[in-house]
Design a binder for this molecule. Structure first.
Ligand SMILES: [Mn+2]
Length: 240
């Protein structure tokens, strides 16, 4: 039996809309997910932690708080739009929530730490999540200088945090490293070099378009190419 469709929320800004139109939307299986978009009209390139980025974060946190009240008892997703999906299904998200009491599941930020990524997470809509995100909003302003991801990680490690876990390796982000996991259900084009973020993200996303349908030789040649580029970066070259 098909699982019920999961609400997936995104904030779209003019600087990043191209990523949504070209990669996020076409790759999202809308038989599995119900898309909710909130548009934020603002100038700026949305570079990580610039002033326009921080305003966007507070707007997003207000929208998160509203969304939790709207879907009482349900699991919902909050996602960045620098993401493409490789056939991700509702069951991929609901599986961890079969554990009794789980309230929050986030993409892993990197392999070196157990930090949550602020760009892709699912939560059970309940009073605890609502309190948590109210506290995240407060901490984002008063403790982490506008950085919501830091606030989430700070509060997850405090007493009375949500019951949470990291999503597994199928939820791939570029900051996990250049080796592609298999199986894989999504690709988050987390940035690798400072500056011209949107252009870099377009390049990363277009290189991996429809990855779940690639042949084994295609996957292997891609993997060789990214290892070679990683070696060049290691030598100090600016290669995306
Ligand atoms: Mn992102």
């Amino acid at each position: 039996m098909a699982a019920s469709r999961i609400p997936i929320y995104v904030v779209i800004t003019p600087s990043h809309r191209v990523l949504f139109d070209r990669f996020f939307l076409p790759s999202l299986d809308q038989t599995q997910f119900v898309l909710h978009t909130a548009e934020l009209d603002q100038a700026g390139d949305g570079e990580f932690l610039a002033d326009d980025f921080k305003r966007c974060i507070l707007f997003k946190l207000d929208e998160i708080i509203t969304s939790i009240s709207r879907h009482d008892g349900q699991v919902i997703i909050w996602s960045d739009i620098d993401i493409q999906f490789f056939g991700m299904q509702a069951a991929d998200i609901l599986k961890p929530f079969e554990q009794p009491g789980l309230q929050f599941a986030a993409q892993r930020l990197n392999q070196e730490t157990d930090l949550a990524c602020g760009g892709f997470y699912a939560m059970r809509c309940c009073p605890e999540s609502l309190d948590f995100f109210r506290a995240v909003r407060e901490a984002t302003v008063s403790e982490t200088q506008g950085n919501e991801q830091d606030a989430i990680n700070l509060l997850l490690r405090r007493p009375k945090a949500l019951r949470w876990q990291l999503l597994d390796a199928r939820f791939y982000a570029r900051s996990h490293g250049v080796r592609m996991p298999r199986p894989v259900v999504m690709h988050h084009a987390t940035c690798i070099l400072p500056g011209d973020a949107v252009r870099q993200k377009i390049k990363l996303l277009s290189e991996l378009e429809n990855y779940h349908q690639w042949s084994a030789p295609h996957r292997m040649s891609f993997q060789c190419k990214v290892f070679a580029k990683a070696a060049l970066r290691h030598c100090g070259l600016r290669v995306v």
